[in-house]
Design a binder for this molecule. Structure first.
Ligand code: EPU
Length: 359
């Protein structure tokens, strides 16, 4: 276990906020965690405690006064005897992945072996443990669709606990680890069900067209996980800024899910502005609720490509706020966040909630 004090966090968050924490701990195994928490050494450390992954979905709003934990548990291992034949007769493979493993390394591992499962989630920054907490999602697939079990360390009882997928109570960018169980469990690994025969999920937006184009370019008959992965990486690269080049934390806001009456007002606004044939992008969220892309609402308020000081709104995807110059402060980001959400509230009467966790 590595421990350091007054630790610089600027390379531990993809927004590149120049902040530090009072104490930083990196551990490499469940045994190290168990030894640490059962010895009582945690009572000597600055509080509060915060567990981070790749720091790709958080905004440090100031120096963190407590202790930051980070997992160095990195492995990808197929489980013996965990599989069964799926509907196509092809094998299902159960694979366990350490929480500190880069999420996209796991996606690449699956694609290289011709295993279907997380290919639509390729290229999402961050680590597997955080993906399990956040229920990451993209292009029609969510983490919950691929995972079967989450293994955790319980800091209260100092024991290990395995959660079934149902017990994790996954929702849109949500899980029990962000709600009732917050702070109690440290995710140490996740078990996934992969398949050699499942085939691609092509229902989202233009993914099907992009896959068909790639098939014809490669003179390939049917898609492989590797091909779908490369198509998804291509779509992401064309729409989202690479955090290694420009600080950002992906989608800054969640897509609002509103009662239909709110959507009707948005539709009325759009049709009066752009004509009766105009279709507002939206998805039926069930029970009389509609999900509207926050990107569309933000674009309507004129923010696309906006810049101010060191911060800005990404021109190709206005849901992403960027640290344009690398020198942005948390206050600059927060001021821009407020201006954007105030303008969406003023124009549409819809409140935007941040997806990025503010620390
Ligand atoms: N749109 C606009 N203007 C734009 C961009 C998008 O109006 O400039 C509208 C379009 O109608 C488009 C719709 O928004 O069809 C959806 O856009 P997109 O497919 O880019 O997805 P999103 O809803 O904006 C979500 C996730 C992303 C994920 C994409 C792809 C959230 C908060 N974000 O964005 O996740 O990559 O879908 O599946 O759910 C992240 O969580 O950090 C993230 C990047």
């Amino acid at each position: 276990m590595k421990k350091s004090f007054n630790h610089d966090l600027s390379t531990s968050n993809t927004f590149r906020m120049n902040v530090s924490c009072a104490c930083y701990i990196e551990y490499d195994s469940v045994e190290e965690l168990a030894d640490f928490f059962s010895s009582g050494r945690q009572f000597d450390l600055p509080r509060p405690f915060l567990h981070i992954g790749g720091g790709s979905n958080l905004l440090f709003t100031k120096d963190f006064p407590g202790t930051v934990f980070h997992s160095g548990i990195r492995f990808v291992s197929p489980l013996e005897g965990g599989g069964q034949a799926d509907a196509s007769g092809a094998g299902e493979v159960m694979v366990e992945v350490g929480a500190g493993t880069r999420w996209d390394d796991f996606c690449g591992w699956c694609a290289e072996r011709g295993l279907w499962g997380p290919e639509n989630l390729s290229g999402i920054p961050g680590e597997t443990g955080a993906a399990a907490v956040q229920n990451i999602g993209a292009y029609g697939t969510e983490f919950k669709d691929v995972v079967r079990k989450i293994r955790c360390f319980d800091v209260v009882t100092c024991s290990v606990k395995t959660f079934s997928r149902d017990e994790c109570r996954y929702g849109y960018r949500d899980s029990i680890f962000k709600q009732a169980a917050k702070g109690r469990y440290i995710v140490t690994s996740a078990v996934f069900a992969l398949s050699s025969g499942a085939g691609p999920q092509l229902g989202y937006g233009h993914v099907k067209d992009a896959v068909e184009k790639a098939l014809s370019e490669n003179r390939q008959e049917s898609p492989t996980p590797e091909l779908v992965r490369s198509v998804i990486l291509g779509i992401r690269n064309s729409k989202l800024p690479d955090p290694a080049e420009m600080g950002n934390a992906g989608s800054f806001f969640k897509n609002p899910v509103v009662p239909k009456v709110f959507y009707d007002k948005v539709e009325h606004y759009a049709k009066s502005k752009y004509g009766q044939d105009y279709e507002v992008p939206h998805f039926d969220a069930g029970s009389g609720f509609i999900k509207i892309p926050a990107a569309w609402l933000i674009e309507q308020c004129g923010w696309k490509g906006y810049t101010e000081g060191n911060v800005g709104v990404y021109a190709k995807q206005p849901l992403v706020l960027v640290n344009r110059t690398g020198a942005a402060t948390p206050d600059e980001i927060i001021a821009l966040e407020k201006k954007i959400s105030d303008s969406v509230m003023n124009l549409f009467g819809i409140g935007l909630n941040p997806e990025v966790e503010h620390i």
